[in-house]
Write a protein that binds this ligand. Structure first.
Ligand SMILES: *[C@@H]1O[C@H](CO)[C@@H](O)[C@H](O)[C@H]1NC(C)=O
Ligand SMILES: *[C@@H]1O[C@H](CO)[C@@H](O)[C@H](O)[C@H]1NC(C)=O
Ligand SMILES: *[C@@H]1O[C@H](CO)[C@@H](O)[C@H](O)[C@H]1NC(C)=O
Ligand SMILES: *[C@@H]1O[C@H](CO)[C@@H](O)[C@H](O)[C@H]1NC(C)=O
Ligand SMILES: *[C@@H]1O[C@H](CO)[C@@H](O)[C@H](O)[C@H]1NC(C)=O
Ligand SMILES: *[C@@H]1O[C@H](CO)[C@@H](O)[C@H](O)[C@H]1NC(C)=O
Ligand SMILES: *[C@@H]1O[C@H](CO)[C@@H](O)[C@H](O)[C@H]1NC(C)=O
Ligand SMILES: *[C@@H]1O[C@H](CO)[C@@H](O)[C@H](O)[C@H]1NC(C)=O
Ligand SMILES: *[C@@H]1O[C@H](CO)[C@@H](O)[C@H](O)[C@H]1NC(C)=O
Ligand SMILES: *[C@@H]1O[C@H](CO)[C@@H](O)[C@H](O)[C@H]1NC(C)=O
Ligand SMILES: *[C@@H]1O[C@H](CO)[C@@H](O)[C@H](O)[C@H]1NC(C)=O
Ligand SMILES: CC(=O)N[C@H]1CO[C@H](CO)[C@@H](O)[C@@H]1O
Length: 550
């Protein structure tokens, strides 16, 4: 229905558009066709508005770029078969004077655990869900469409958002293959939003959506040289997102700049009656202006803390982190020079106790058992009639393409063996312990105790504690491992650390403090522009100049 409607509108209006795109004399940042590896949301909006190129041109260019790299890197699992028709419709709307917002006509890719009610599958990388149907778009997909975004396709990920196996690899899924990152041959892309990191980095779309339960946006942003925003749990709806934990899951943008990430967050944040956690958004659910928060001066007067004991516990007894630590302390000097006050020992008082505890995984197990069953129950077509984790586990072991037993199901097995879920009394004791580790004994306590505006950490160490309490984190590209770095490989021979492998700098804050964190992240980013210091070794070459008028 949708695509027939879109094609009809295109027939009416396409002639106007092709004229606009070939005769214009305008430029974006001095170029007629801005380079798609560097282009910003504002560049694309200006080019679309000025008639330099169309949304159809953008879709064609990005699909060609995906084709160039996908055999080597397995980033995209599915290109949206309706993307061109949707782009034509959005071009027609623009020609007719309707611009839905700053992202109108701009392609974005989404992780393959965020459902769309269209021709694309939502699988979390498992054949168990190939062909499954959902009753409607996820809230995230609906919001992107309402903002005029072209949902260009689905991104590969660590299967089940890394909640199946203890001996798989980051970025591997049965359905999508092995994602690789682009800074070193066979580079581990990190995960679980692996494809989301690589796609934004290489300009396979303007930006992407990832999801995080504990590190799944921050870690692949860290290793793919992009900005990632892990929003407060409840700022973005998880309705019809394949879950791990209602207490920890969150959806956020991964982009090449803080401002682009802010534009995407603006489009996806907000109350959704299908996700009660969004009712916690303050100020009656009104969303701050995240783009206006991108202010060069925002670090002036900010009180920023460093949890020194966290860094110590991660790094003691090894020199492997030296390049990240050196870059981190140099970045702290940049914050100081930008007018921030630095508090050097804003420690997480319960961090050692947390490292010694098992409540983190127990809460995820307890939620997963219930939340996964709820997702299966929400399907309108369920290809294998799987209703719960016990059935999924058996199905996975019996379906050869799932590569069991080489990739084990130990996380499924352990969750099933726990014997209790989030409806049982054991859960609540463990959950209170988690809230203490993340709260008074963790990041929220550090913020209160020293009256801080934010806490900063190397992104390699930033994710675990905020995950427990659902508080936000933003990572910004900070640097790259130097040429003399000794290559480290994972059990499956991926390069986790090596020359040119990127890393990031994280800002952590109170719940719903995204606007402030975006301000600090932007002020830091603009002073370093570290993302530009190293280019990927593999890059797509198709540009708008190759497709406009073709
Ligand atoms: C094209 O751009 C040039 C240089 O900016 C300007 O002098 C010229 O008037 C423009 N032509 C049109 C048709 O807008
Ligand atoms: C063009 O704009 C008019 C008036 O806003 C609207 O009624 C019509 O549906 C629009 N057509 C398209 C193709 O967007
Ligand atoms: C979704 O999966 C089905 C197999 O069940 C396949 O036929 C279809 O092409 C897939 N959709 C896309 C967009 O790849
Ligand atoms: C939200 O909470 C209300 C009140 O507890 C409940 O009736 C409703 O089912 C919940 N909605 C969802 C989507 O969980
Ligand atoms: C914070 O942790 C550091 C490193 O472990 C330690 O040296 C310092 O004494 C701690 N500060 C406070 C106030 O506990
Ligand atoms: C870690 O656990 C062990 C064994 O339960 C205990 O003896 C030790 O004191 C704990 N350490 C911390 C820092 O909690
Ligand atoms: C959760 O645990 C309760 C109590 O043991 C049990 O009745 C229920 O079936 C479990 N729910 C799921 C989805 O496993
Ligand atoms: C799933 O259940 C439906 C309805 O009971 C049935 O028609 C279908 O054959 C079942 N599919 C599988 C793979 O068992
Ligand atoms: C899974 O397989 C095991 C071993 O065959 C069996 O005992 C168990 O009942 C199965 N569970 C379900 C839910 O089918
Ligand atoms: C993964 O673990 C399973 C057992 O849990 C084992 O059979 C398999 O060989 C392991 N695969 C690799 C590559 O280590
Ligand atoms: C790499 O070179 C730097 C300085 O050039 C040196 O400090 C560092 O120790 C070297 N690292 C390794 C692993 O050789
Ligand atoms: C769209 C696309 O290229 N999908 C590919 C993703 O990776 C798997 C496994 O390598 C391929 O089979 C798909 O064709």
């Amino acid at each position: 229905m949708r695509s027939i409607l879109f094609s009809t509108l295109y027939l009416v209006l396409s002639s106007t558009l092709s004229t606009a795109s070939t005769c214009s004399n305008l430029t974006v940042s001095g170029e007629r066709f801005p380079s798609l590896i560097d282009v910003s949301a504002e560049d694309l909006a200006a080019g679309l508005e000025g008639g330099l190129f169309t949304s159809v041109d953008l879709v064609n260019a990005y699909i060609a770029r995906i084709s160039e790299v996908n055999d080597a890197l397995d980033v995209v699992t599915e290109v949206n078969p309706d993307a061109l028709a949707i782009a034509r419709q959005l071009d027609a709307e623009r020609a007719n004077g309707t611009v839905r917002g700053p992202l109108h006509g701009i392609p974005i890719l989404i992780k393959n655990n965020i459902a769309t009610n269209d021709k694309m599958n939502n699988t979390a990388g498992s054949y168990a869900l190939l062909g499954a149907r959902v009753p409607r778009d996820s809230a995230m997909a609906a919001k992107l469409r309402a903002a005029g975004v072209v949902i260009l396709g689905k991104l590969n990920l660590s299967q089940w958002a890394n909640f199946r196996s203890t001996n798989s690899s980051n970025g591997w899924s049965a359905y999508g293959g092995q994602v690789l990152a682009a800074y070193h041959p066979m580079q581990d892309p990190s995960g679980s939003s692996s494809g989301s990191g690589v796609a934004s980095d290489l300009g396979l779309a303007l930006a992407s959506l990832g999801t995080e339960t504990s590190g799944s946006i921050l870690s692949p942003s860290n290793r793919n040289n992009v900005v990632g925003i892990k929003p407060t749990v409840g700022l973005t709806s998880r309705n019809l997102v394949i879950p791990i934990s209602e207490r920890q899951d969150t959806v956020g943008p991964m982009a090449r700049s803080v401002k682009d990430a802010a534009y995407v967050l603006q489009a996806i944040a907000g109350v959704d009656p299908n996700d009660n956690y969004t009712l916690a958004i303050p100020n009656n659910g009104s969303i701050p202006d995240y783009v206006a928060a991108c202010n060069f001066s925002s670090l002036r007067g900010a009180r920023i803390g460093i949890p020194a004991n966290v860094i110590e516990l991660f790094t003691e007894g090894t020199t492997r982190w030296a390049p990240e630590l050196d870059a981190f302390y140099a970045s702290v000097d940049i914050l100081r020079n930008a007018g921030a006050t630095i508090i050097e020992d804003a420690n997480y008082t319960a961090f050692a106790e947390y490292l010694n505890s098992t409540t983190g995984i127990e809460i995820l197990n307890g939620d997963f058992l219930v939340n996964l069953a709820q997702y299966f129950a929400s399907l309108t077509y369920n290809p294998y009639n799987i209703t719960n984790l016990a059935e999924l586990n058996n199905w996975t072991k019996a379906f050869p393409l799932e590569e069991w037993p080489d990739r084990n199901t130990e996380i499924f097995d352990d969750a099933l063996a726990q014997g209790w879920n989030n409806t049982t009394p054991e859960f609540w004791a463990a959950y209170q312990q988690n809230l203490y580790f993340g709260g008074e004994g963790g990041v929220l306590g550090a913020l209160e105790r020293d009256d801080l505006d934010a806490v900063v950490l190397p992104t390699s160490f930033s994710a675990g504690i905020p995950a427990l309490v659902g508080s936000p984190v933003i990572t910004v590209p900070m640097g790259f491992y130097p040429a003399n770095t000794t290559v480290r490989r994972t059990a499956r021979n991926l390069v986790s650390i090596g020359p040119n492998v990127p890393f990031g700098f994280s800002f952590l804050g109170r719940k719903f403090s995204e606007a402030s964190l975006i301000g600090y992240a932007y002020a830091y980013e603009q002073r370093t522009k570290a993302r530009n210091d190293v280019r990927p070794y593999i890059l797509p070459t198709t540009e708008l100049s190759n497709v406009v008028g073709a």
